[in-house]
Ligand binder design. Structure first.
Ligand code: DGJ
Length: 537
């Protein structure tokens, strides 16, 4: 009887899993036990993204975009849709760009993330239509402290919200009608929102609200200054900006409930409260709680990461990888140094990652990114993506179910090892594959990658004694966390291979001998290992 019940239960599980893989299902972000999955066609999907340059959102530019998407083995293109482009004249919509983009993406099997450049683009109204830009009476800009006009549009402006929402809803209606196979897997309403140069709008209406009580949903008492101290203006602007964007997202989702996230122009990940320095009011790490309370229709807030410092990068990942927030890095630098940060993002359960400025239009956003997209730079991103693309679903499925971890060169020593169950994993850089620089019984100069900003790894803990490990330019060792019990750790089996869509491991070969004697060695050419540990006495 018990056997029958177990058989039935496992059949139900299998049937349930099969039933959930449903082409035609609108994408969504699902969360369970504090982990998250981007569901595409009803099953977890890992977004291996690239973002095109800001002005590549025209049909004539797409031939300079697709070759780089393909060269990099990306499965998703993030690309803008500008308000000025779809509603150049108020009330008259033009979707000819999307008429070109969507079929071209579909033909190539590439998913899309659309970036809605509306009221705020890097905080400025650069992408709103001219009829909005010109009419500051109807669409007010913020005021400075001394009453002058600031560049940014105010979030305390119902007419601007209504106009932006109307255009966004038209976009979502277009997607509902035309994107029937759901090539568009996420939409980003606005881009790097908030304001620079001042903390908030100083218009009379904004001043009145700032002097009033904080909304009860924030779970704090008193005025903004009483509740948030030096962080009051950032929290205040975050609340009203998030409410504004939530209204836009809610209206869009009522048409088609595609996952929506808002990206953050971040400041300092270690700053004291109120001193982070990112765009004030955007979803910088110190005001994530404000955004969560204010914007229930926003599925995730996501950091744009353009700093090359490993300590800072990992700290940002930790700030945004939360039980209530799926980790997504929608923009990161496209210089070679950034490629290694894919791994700690994956190790923290990241649902997606995308270097910015990946097209052939010739623009370089150095010093934030690469000076030029030469072969070495492209390879640094293409190699990991080439490994991961065929297993994007398998990895996403396992990352949704199992704890993970990851690190990269430049992270602090404390971030270079991690205890998982009874095992301790540790990372080392600058090793040849044979021998060890620590105990050089064979003397050797360090390998070239020792001096380069490369190296990182991601791991998933599949079972008490089993890990999936992947990475580049790194040596990973696994040992017992507690060595006092008379047991010695051993690699029982190290298999190299890939993952099927259902997460099952497909072995290509078993690594042994030179390939494992000095640890798990990853070169610039990444691989996926399933490592089964054991002990002997
Ligand atoms: C972040 C923005 O979100 C992007 O659109 C772009 O402006 C980059 N910064 C810098 O090039």
């Amino acid at each position: 009887m018990r056997g029958w019940a177990v058989a039935l239960a496992s059949w139900a599980l299998v049937a349930g899993a099969a039933a959930s893989a449903a082409p035609g299902e609108v994408p969504r972000i699902e969360s369970r036990n504090g982990r998250h999955a981007l569901m595409v066609d009803g099953a977890p999907f890992l977004m291996l993204g690239v973002q095109a340059n800001n002005s590549s959102n025209y049909p004539a530019m797409l031939p300079q975009v697709w070759p780089v998407v393909e060269r990099l083995h990306a499965n998703t293109l993030e690309i803008p849709v500008a308000w000025e482009q779809i509603e150049p004249v108020e009330g008259q919509f033009d979707f000819s760009y999307l008429d070109a983009l969507l079929p071209q993406a579909r033909e190539r099997g590439v998913k899309l993330v659309l970036l809605w450049f509306g009221t705020w683009k890097n905080t400025s109204p650069g992408y709103v239509p001219a009829w909005v830009k010109r009419d500051n009476a109807r669409f007010p800009r913020m005021r400075t402290k001394d009453g002058k006009t600031h560049y940014a549009l105010s979030p305390h402006a119902p007419a601007t919200l209504a106009a932006d929402r109307k255009a966004f809803v038209a976009l979502m209606r277009y997607l509902k009608d035309k994107d029937t196979d759901n090539s568009v897997i996420m939409v980003q309403p606005e881009n790097e929102v908030g304001v620079y140069q001042q903390g908030r709008d100083y218009s009379p209406e904004a001043n009145r609200l700032f002097a009033g009580p904080v909304p009860s949903k924030l779970g704090k008492k008193g005025t903004w200054e009483q509740a948030y101290g030096v962080g009051a203006e950032a929290a205040f602007n975050a609340w009203y900006t998030a409410r504004y964007i939530d209204a836009i997202a809610a209206a869009g989702k009522a048409i088609k409930p595609v996952p929506m996230y808002v990206n953050a122009a971040v400041g300092d990940p270690f700053a004291a409260p109120g001193k982070s320095g990112g765009a004030s009011g955007g979803p910088d790490w110190q005001v994530i709680d404000v955004w969560k309370a204010a914007a229930p229709h926003i599925d995730a807030v996501a950091p744009d990461l353009y700093g090359r410092d490993g300590k800072n990068y990992l700290k940002f990942l930790d700030h945004y990888a939360r039980r209530d927030n799926a980790l997504l890095v929608p923009e990161t630098g496209n210089a070679m140094d950034f490629a290694r940060f894919l791994w700690p993002t994956l190790g923290r359960g990241g649902i997606g990652w995308a270097p910015f400025g990946m097209d052939d239009t010739g623009y370089s956003n150095h010093p934030l990114g690469a000076v030029t997209l030469d072969a070495a730079t492209l390879d640094a991103f293409a190699r990991p993506y080439a490994l991961l693309k065929p297993m994007a679903r398998g990895w996403a499925k396992l990352a949704y179910a199992h704890p993970g971890w990851g690190t990269a060169k430049g992270a602090p020593d404390a971030e270079q090892s991690r205890t998982m169950g009874r095992w301790q994993l540790s990372a080392k850089y600058g090793e040849w594959q044979f021998g060890s620089m620590d105990s050089p019984w064979l003397k050797a100069a360090p390998p070239p990658h020792a001096a380069q900003p490369v190296g990182g790894m991601a791991v998933l803990h599949l079972a008490p004694d089993q890990f999936l490990v992947t990475g580049t330019d790194i040596r990973v060792n696994i040992d017992l966390a507690d060595k006092s019990k008379g047991e010695t750790a051993m690699l029982l089996k190290v298999e190299e291979g890939t993952l099927a869509d259902d997460g099952s491991f497909v072995m290509r070969r078993v690594l042994n001998g030179d390939q494992t004697d000095y640890g798990l060695n990853f070169t610039a050419q990444p691989m996926l290992l399933r490592v089964t540990m054991g002990t002997y006495r």
